[in-house]
Design a protein around this ligand. Structure first.
Ligand code: PHE
Length: 340
């Protein structure tokens, strides 16, 4: 009986569909059952030899079997899809209740940190923060600061000269000149910034580093005033009272000129490797402004005088954070920078 043939065929096929364990296996079953070389196809090919009446009967059975098996194949396939989706959801599971990690934050450069602390302090004492160009004239960098043409600081080794005859400023002192001309007396100014020297680079020398210039011009400014401001500055930077001393130091733009030392913060003056057993650490040059320097910028030295100092910001940052290689500061290594 043809009906029984179909029934057997259908139930055998359904068993195979149920037994398929993957989409690949299922596809192989589909090709066997419904494909051009499958059993249903063979029956359908043989229908030509049947009577019209038989053909109608077999055709109906054939279509019924085809539709039933197609539906069974679809259902099995959907089961695989659901299982695959469930497995993927499981694997890619994310706990949405966890706190978000947030965007990575940058950090301030150690020099920026020290610079803004010092700016805040001096602004609170009535000082103006001035900026000057890094490309300067020879006049502002040297002449106006009473540095004669034969001074060693003008040596080609120290200065980056530009083809234009200008130069990369070798210190922040030219901003004193600009400040005096712009503001006139009395004045209180600081000028932090980048300076350049034609130096061989090693752990303690850089061709590019940072200074912070300070200048005060008023009537009857004394070395006592200078010491007061320097002690205030250093106590604030090192967050404790510091003992200072002045030694004579020569800079053409100050007279008298000093090297200011602080009592070693590590050993308290007793002597240790940091202060080379001397008990003192050299910190910054300073002095009273040379009368010629005032005069050249249009300030009458009979009426006004002042003090000036030059703080090595780079060196200060290295002391504060115990950085032992100056090259780290400009190296751009994020592992270093993220520590601040
Ligand atoms: N401009 C000097 C330098 O860079 C430092 C300095 C500034 C000295 C102000 C005295 C007064 O070497």
């Amino acid at each position: 009986m043809i009906e029984q043939t179909f029934e057997r065929l259908e139930s055998r096929s359904r068993e195979r569909i149920a037994a398929a364990m993957s989409r690949e296996e299922l596809e192989a079953v589909r090709v066997d059952v419904l494909g051009r070389k499958g059993e249903l196809a063979r029956i359908s090919k043989e229908m030509g030899s049947l009577t019209a009446e038989e053909r109608a009967r077999v055709g109906k059975l054939l279509n019924g079997a085809k539709q039933g098996l197609e539906a069974a194949l679809e259902a099995r396939k959907a089961e695989f899809d659901r299982a695959a989706l469930a497995a993927r959801l499981d694997a890619e599971w994310v706990d949405l209740t966890l706190p978000a990690t947030g965007a990575p934050r940058g950090s301030l450069h150690p020099i920026t940190i020290i610079q803004s602390e010092i700016e805040d302090l001096f602004v609170s004492m009535g000082f103006t923060v001035l900026d000057g160009p890094e490309v300067e004239t020879e006049y502002n960098n040297f002449d106006a600061l009473n540095i004669p043409p034969d001074h060693p600081a003008r040596d080609m080794q120290d200065t980056f000269w530009l083809k234009s005859g200008q130069l990369l400023r070798t210190h922040t002192s030219p901003v004193q000149v600009r400040g005096m001309q712009k503001l006139g007396p009395p004045l209180r100014m600081i000028a932090p910034g980048r300076v350049f020297r034609n130096e061989e680079v090693d752990a303690s020398h850089e061709h590019t580093f940072y200074q912070l210039e300070g200048m005060m011009v008023d009537r009857e400014v004394s070395v006592g005033n200078l010491i007061y401001f320097m002690k205030t500055l250093l106590s604030s930077i090192f967050r404790k009272d510091v003992t200072v001393r002045l030694r004579p130091g020569y800079f053409p733009f100050v007279e008298p000129g000093f090297e200011l030392d602080i009592e070693c913060l590590i050993c308290g003056g007793a002597g240790c490797p940091v202060c080379k057993q001397s008990g003192w650490v050299e910190l910054l040059p300073c002095g009273l402004v040379q009368p010629n320097v005032l005069r050249m910028s249009g300030i009458d030295p009979e009426e006004w005088n002042g003090f000036a100092f030059g703080l090595g910001l780079t060196r200060l940052a290295m002391m504060r954070y115990a950085i032992d290689d100056i090259r780290l500061l400009q190296g751009g290594d994020l592992r270093f920078l993220h520590q601040f």
